[in-house]
Design a protein around this ligand. Sequence first.
Ligand SMILES: Cc1cc2nc3c(=O)[nH]c(=O)nc-3n(C[C@H](O)[C@H](O)[C@H](O)COP(=O)(O)OP(=O)(O)OC[C@H]3O[C@@H](n4cnc5c(N)ncnc54)[C@H](O)[C@@H]3O)c2cc1C
Length: 276
Amino acid sequence: MSGSSAPEELYNAEVVSNERLNDALFVLKVRPDDGAPDFAPGQFINIGLEPRLPEHAGRDGLVKRPYSIASGPSEPLLEFYVRLVENGALTPGLMALEPGDRLWADGRCIGRFTLDTLPEVPAPAERDLVCVATGTGLAPFTSMLREFGPARRAGAPDARFDRMVIVKGVRLAEDLGYAEELEAWDRENDWFTFVPLCSREPDDSGWIGQRGRVGQALESAAFEARCGFALDPARSQIMLCGNPAMVDELEASFAERGFKKHRPRDPGQVHLERYW
Ligand SMILES: Cc1cc2nc3c(=O)[nH]c(=O)nc-3n(C[C@H](O)[C@H](O)[C@H](O)COP(=O)(O)OP(=O)(O)OC[C@H]3O[C@@H](n4cnc5c(N)ncnc54)[C@H](O)[C@@H]3O)c2cc1C
């Protein structure tokens, strides 16, 4: 800890709401004292609390972790979609936060998992943006959709994509946070498709959506049947976010299909964000 100040003195943001979706998932909305910082959809921010165990404290006494921002940049609150890691250093404390509680939020948003880092070719007006998430890896994509969806719907020239697909894999249907919002976008916009998949939903649960893992929804025939177009390296940009095993597996399988990892000096089609 630096100096003699208590870690809580570093707190600079207030919890506005903390909605539990189930035993492990929650949506945390936070108001930074100085207002939400500028960010691009897809970026993340570090947030922190005083740790429950001293060994988790960083140099300033807080335990900090990065979280993708789920809200759009024009929204007044920062929104985070978080999964509890049992015995994790930070998430049990985040999950216990109540409205009015304080925490630390960095004033700097970082990361290059953003639409402005996509290569110039294909042009946004011809680009299919295919976003693949496991679990809370959805967060960057809700931010992108909330920010650029209205422009796309209005046919604005600064829309960042022609068609957008979100493929989201979870174990159980109860883990499908944001499903209502995404289903509404899907219903109301023919350029947007939401593909939720459950890998371990019991057969008799009444779930009528797709079963399996995200890779299955991306196989050529399944993807085309559901989304109405084929994945094509000439116009599809693929963004993968969440569980590193999923990211690694899909990066390899897309490479076999002619999609390569994007690098600023060597443009490609596959963009990655690993959560651990
Ligand atoms: C760029 C970036 C953005 C992120 N955005 C989000 C987000 O929007 N929502 C979110 O829930 N998490 C996000 N994370 C993960 C987050 O930073 C923390 O690692 C996570 O919340 C666990 O923190 P913890 O201190 O409770 O666990 P720790 O004590 O740090 O334990 C972490 C360990 O738990 C395991 N683990 C199991 N499930 C997860 C999981 N879902 N995430 C991380 N580790 C897991 C891993 O083995 C990992 O090494 C992001 C990570 C990165 C790098």
